[in-house]
Write a protein that binds this ligand. Structure first.
Ligand SMILES: Cc1cc2nc3c(=O)[nH]c(=O)nc-3n(C[C@H](O)[C@H](O)[C@H](O)COP(=O)(O)OP(=O)(O)OC[C@H]3O[C@@H](n4cnc5c(N)ncnc54)[C@H](O)[C@@H]3O)c2cc1C
Length: 451
């Protein structure tokens, strides 16, 4: 390590990276927290941002602000793109495509997972995933714009397409999104349109298994399924979405029965996850094993075999079926920091022991599931437990107060206050309005000519 202070580089400021950086406060080391978005996002509430309940400011916080009193911690905006394990150097890319290097004595990889389309990346054009703030805003734009577009169309198949929403994947995110869109249609939007009846909106949920929420006890998952049915979500099990187009999806039953087509202009993808590209590169250059989704195999102390100076934590850590949940990432972050602290003070590392504190899933207004050891709650009791947990781990005191206030307002009134969406300039082919289409360009050209 030489004579200067040891350098710790943390890649990713999600739950794992943030908790690691916090625990390294005042350690005699220079800590750099690198994140491609420069903010911590509370992913469990992304769907509430996507469906207009919460703002992006309520579910995220600038890492620079969050760590401003951690004087030995520097936060940097940049995407890690290369690792040189011999030189112990990470290369990061700035948004303008230029790069810079960070040297390390300890490296903590906490870059998380991204949405997986199982090799069909082209689906992403029409079916956004749900992992980032960009995803949440993209979904918000598509969902609210779909109702607006339907309002301008005469009754018929085209209007029906805009009022049909497809959600792939019956895990917590799929269930939360599907329930929220139906709730939006039947409450917040119900009386605000003149031509369409938003309550006619169909929400189709497709899953390859035989029920929703497979990680929950069957009795709780059954309760959730009944609630979704009452809300009007149409659930289809034992099927895979095998094609996604601008105007619909193809759904294939697992048993080999004929495929079916469903017309829809809004498809949302929550069906699978895979390691972010940098993690795949890391595994390659370190010669580390990965599982099918790209999680990196780690030793009992969460370091990469043969590279004790490199830790992999959170969703990316592949060991003993560690779950992809926030609690595992937070505990992993604290553990990696504790290992570094101990080693710097001459003590030996300890092995990582994950403590399962349970899981929760939101189903509908005042209705959630909470499962923690023998405790299994549903309905209002589940919702209160769910709310308490989410507020406890949301970053920033202001965010906590304002989120509780927004929830109370949402539960007592149908209103959703964060429905604004941005249309222009993204250049996505799925842009719901045609600002950049040839029609608009020729119109603009004519205007310019006649001026
Ligand atoms: C929609 C949704 C709902 C969820 N709900 C729940 C829930 O209710 N309960 C629960 O326990 N868990 C939930 N989870 C899972 C939980 O959010 C994850 O397990 C947790 O976020 C993992 O933390 P992490 O630190 O490993 O990764 P993340 O939190 O994903 O953080 C990764 C960070 O790395 C950054 N990054 C990625 N690549 C790079 C790079 N190359 N260079 C620099 N930075 C990079 C990203 O910007 C991000 O900030 C949910 C996840 C999602 C997506």
């Amino acid at each position: 390590m030489g004579n200067s202070r040891p350098k710790v580089v943390i890649v990713g400021g999600g739950f794992g990276g943030l908790f690691c950086a916090r625990r390294l406060k005042n350690v005699d080391a220079d800590v750099t927290l690198l994140d491609r978005a420069a903010c911590h996002v509370f992913q469990p509430l992304l769907y509430q941002c996507a469906t207009g309940t919460l703002s992006i400011g309520q579910i995220s916080r600038s890492l620079r602000q969050e760590l401003e009193h951690h004087h030995n911690v520097t936060t940097l905006l940049g995407e890690a793109v290369r690792l040189d394990p011999d030189a112990r150097r990470v290369t990061a890319r700035r948004p303008d495509e230029t790069t810079f290097d960070l040297d390390y004595d300890y490296l903590v990889i906490a870059a998380g997972m991204r949405q997986s389309y199982f090799g069909k990346e082209e689906f992403a054009t029409w079916a956004p995933g749900m992992k980032t703030l960009d995803d949440a805003l993209s979904i918000r734009r598509r969902v609210f714009a779909a109702f607006e577009i339907a309002e301008t169309l005469p009754p018929g198949p085209e209007r029906d397409q805009w009022l049909t929403f497809v959600v792939t994947g019956g895990g917590p995110t799929g269930v939360e999104l599907a329930g929220q869109i139906r709730e939006l249609a039947t409450r917040a939007l119900a009386n605000q349109f003149h031509s369409i009846n938003p309550e006619d909106a169909r929400v189709l949920l497709f899953d390859g298994g035989d029920r929703v929420l497979k990680s929950f006890a069957p009795a709780l998952a059954d309760r959730a399924q009944r609630t979704l049915e009452i809300l009007g979500v149409e659930m289809h099990f034992g099927v895979h979405v095998t094609d996604v187009r601008r105007d619909g999806v193809t759904v294939s039953p697992k048993g080999g029965a004929p495929s079916e087509e469903y017309a829809s202009r809004t498809v949302l993808w929550t069906a699978g996850v895979e390691a972010v590209p940098f993690a795949r590169h890391v595994a390659e250059v370190l010669g580390a094993q990965t599982d099918r989704s790209g999680r990196i195999s780690v030793d009992a102390d969460l370091s990469v075999p043969g590279h004790s100076e490199v830790f992999v934590i959170g969703d990316l850590a592949g060991r003993d079926g560690l779950p992809g949940v926030a609690e595992n990432a937070m505990q992993g972050g604290l553990h990696a920091a504790a290992c570094i602290r101990r080693e710097l003070s001459g003590a030996a590392r300890k092995n990582y022991r994950y403590r399962d504190l349970g899981s929760a899933a939101y189903i509908s207004r005042g209705n959630a599931l909470l499962q923690a050891g023998p405790v299994k709650l549903a309905g209002l009791a589940g919702w209160l437990g769910w709310g308490f947990i989410h507020i406890a781990f949301l970053t920033g005191v202001r965010n906590r107060f304002s989120t509780v206030g927004t929830w109370l307002a949402t539960i007592t009134r149908a209103n959703r206050s964060d429905r604004a969406f941005i249309l222009g300039g993204s250049g996505h082919p799925e842009e719901p309005y045609t600002w950049e289409s040839p029609v608009h360009q020729s119109y603009t050209a004519r205007q310019q000519k006649s001026a």
